[in-house]
Design a protein. Structure first.
Length: 160
């Protein structure tokens, strides 16, 4: 019994030391430490709002967050030379991580403006989705994808 206990403790210790913690959503969108200067990153970061995205008229908008494992997996699979019809919009200002993770996959990432939406990511996501859709949205989850259909954006169903 003693050896089983020690063996189990050793297994738990080794296993826990190998686990990498996934990033988590915080109440702070990392705006205070953001530096969007183009000289510092390979990716261009541009603050935006739903109104600006609607005015741009992009065919598809992919709203993501740097703390979301599913978003990270999707963005890592992008082909930098692929479709330019989708724009990528982040709910936070984690430029350092996004540049490190996606520099080979995309040239530009838009960031939901802290000045327009505030710093609470859940509220930013909800407000952005409501503005893009032109109707109230209760969803605060990430990722969300919007497609243009008859000059109006609709939310796409994403499969996890």
């Amino acid at each position: 019994m003693f050896f089983k206990t020690i063996f189990f403790a050793l297994i738990v210790f080794v296993a826990s030391s190998c686990i990498i913690m996934a990033p988590t959503r915080g109440s702070d969108d990392m705006y205070s430490g953001a530096d969007l200067s183009s000289e510092k990153y390979a990716i261009t970061f541009i603050e935006t709002t739903a109104e600006e995205m609607i005015h741009k008229g992009e065919a598809s908008i992919y709203l993501f967050a740097s703390w979301c494992p599913y978003s990270l997996a999707q963005l890592r699979q992008l082909d930098k030379n692929g479709s330019r019809e989708t724009v990528y919009v982040s709910s936070n200002y984690d430029c350092k991580s996004m540049d490190r993770l996606f520099r080979n996959n995309t040239d530009t990432i838009y960031i939901l403006s802290n000045k327009h939406y505030g710093s609470d990511e859940s509220k930013k996501i909800k407000q952005f989705a409501s503005e893009i859709l032109g109707e109230e949205s209760d969803l605060t989850g990430i990722p969300q994808q919007f497609f243009k259909d008859n000059n109006k954006y609709i939310r796409a169903e994403l499969k996890n």
